[in-house]
Design a protein around this ligand. Structure first.
Ligand code: NDP
Ligand code: 2IT
Length: 447
């Protein structure tokens, strides 16, 4: 516990205890900047060392994952599960398979998940996991063998009331199915231990769409709160995976025109707009043929910008939906210079600290990922509920619940983030997310 709790000495201590973890430092810095002043006004949190406890995961599991490729070579990857905080429910959060995965990235994601899950109002703690495995270019059988080997260790650490993983980058319906099949076989039971399952075996309607839809709803709610709407706006989206594609679908349904999408090789710029039919082609490209976004430019005859990100394209609204730190200070300045009014994050921590500063200084409406992309985990929570009561709700019921949750998250952020005529959604999300978890931790005593 710090007697002299300042952002500087808190961050110095955190960096010393967690060296070489820049993404984790960044995620904590963003929260600590808004939460420390709130803690100083509410000394019970300081006396109990809540921020120090919240930044230390409950436990971190790291394991070897061995599998055999199609040529018979033995491959070794590193698997992780960071069980960050279960003060308000079982650990809950996605699994990421990407070559960049390391402890720093999973700790940043697990830490952010604590606040995000709290904001949903559902009883979910926070965790994150994954592996440095790259599904790109692998056959279905290789992905299956990897997923089975990964689950053979993970099974010891998860359970429907302990820890309930889901998808994230590189983990979609195919990977969840392979992992669920292996869990069921090893645990000798059929329970809702993973979310994002297929509909045939306990999945929830709307889960696939939930993160992207939720992000578009969050943007709509920020705009509505300021007397505006998505209708008629030119929108720039990054990514072309699960979150990006369904974000584009809902933006279009709300009357916006999306002119860009991207992958890790570059972005397409379609000034006519990516309509429902073109989006269906992209979903097929990405989930079935597993191709590159450049193929869209050939198919529909629009521009493709190799190795570039879309933030220089003039727009009213921006939706980063690919990965962390994909929008930096210069990108934020380009958005501001082009008259962009609002940014809503489908991805986790897509904006650098400098980028956030630029957006806030210029008073853009800025929805941070932990609020704006919480729709995915919220519908995961609803999948857990449906599994527990052994019932399935309809699409219409679930979309209404998702929409209500996003409106409620917006209201919590607005309540805690409004100051001097401007709603700072970063502060709002951090403080609102913090209070529920902190109060639970206070109630438990010193554990
Ligand atoms: P997918 O794997 O479905 O798609 C990821 C997309 O981002 C792809 O277009 C991918 O391109 C691109 N991308 C990934 N890494 C990079 C990189 N290093 N540089 C540039 N582009 C990159 O993942 P999701 O759509 O599920 O996840 C996207 C973001 O949303 C992540 O930040 C994730 O944490 C977050 N999120 C996801 C939720 C979910 O429910 N799935 C919930 C809440 C947040 P390529 O194919 O070339 O790799
Ligand atoms: O970052 C996230 O919230 C997710 N990847 C979804 C987590 C979940 O448990 O649905």
């Amino acid at each position: 516990m710090y007697d002299d709790l300042t952002l500087e000495n808190f961050m110095a201590g955190l960096k010393k205890r967690n060296p070489n973890e820049p993404e984790f430092h960044q995620a904590v810095h963003e929260v600590a900047e808004s939460v420390i002043p709130f803690i100083l006004e509410n000394p019970r949190y300081q006396q109990a060392g809540i921020i120090e406890r919240m930044t230390e995961p409950d436990r971190t599991i790291i394991f070897r994952v061995v599998w055999e490729d199609d040529e018979g070579n033995i491959r070794v990857n590193r698997g992780f599960r960071v069980q960050f905080n279960n003060a308000i429910g079982p650990y809950k959060g996605g699994l990421r398979f990407h070559p960049s995965v390391n402890l720093s990235i999973l700790k940043f994601l697990g830490f952010e998940q604590t606040f995000k899950n709290s904001l949903t109002t559902l009883p979910m703690g926070a965790g994150k996991g994954g592996a440095d495995f790259n599904p790109r270019g692998k056959s279905d059988r290789e992905v299956m063998r990897f997923c089975q080997s990964f689950m053979t260790e993970l099974v010891h650490h998860i359970g429907p009331n302990t820890d309930v993983p889901a998808g994230d980058i590189g983990v979609g319906a195919r990977e969840i199915s392979y992992m669920f099949g292996q869990y069921k076989r090893l645990a000798h039971e059929f329970t809702g231990v993973l979310t994002g399952k297929a509909l045939e075996f306990g999945g929830s309607l709307i889960r696939t769409e939930a993160t992207g839809y939720g992000n578009a709803y969050f943007m709509e709610e920020m705009l509505k709160h300021h007397g505006d709407s998505t209708k008629g706006k030119t929108c720039v989206v990054s990514g072309s995976g699960n979150v990006a594609t369904y974000c584009v679908q809902k933006i279009t349904q709300l009357g916006g025109k999306v002119v860009t999408m991207s992958d890790s090789d570059g972005f397409i710029h379609d000034a006519d707009g990516i309509d429902e039919e073109k989006l269906a082609w992209i979903i097929d490209l990405k989930t079935k043929r597993r191709g590159r976004i450049a193929e869209y430019a050939e198919k529909y005859g629009c521009d493709y910008h190799e190795g570039k990100r879309p933030w220089g394209v003039p727009c009213d609204l921006a939706y980063p939906c690919a990965t962390q730190n994909e929008l930096d200070g210069d990108d934020a300045r380009a958005l501001v210079a082009n008259g962009c009014k609002a940014v809503s994050e489908g991805a986790n921590m897509p904006t650098t600290l400098e980028g956030v500063e630029v957006l806030l200084e210029n008073k853009l409406l800025y929805g941070p990922g932990k609020a704006a992309n919480a729709g995915g985990v919220a519908v995961s929570g609803l999948e857990m509920t449906q599994n527990s009561i052994r019932m399935a709700w309809t699409s219409a019921e679930l979309e209404q619940k998702l929409c209500d949750i996003m409106v409620n998250i917006h209201a919590q952020c607005a309540k805690h983030g409004y100051q001097d005529g401007y709603t700072n959604y970063v502060r709002g999300a951090n403080i609102a997310g913090f209070i529920k978890v902190a109060d639970a931790m206070l109630a438990y005593g010193v554990i």
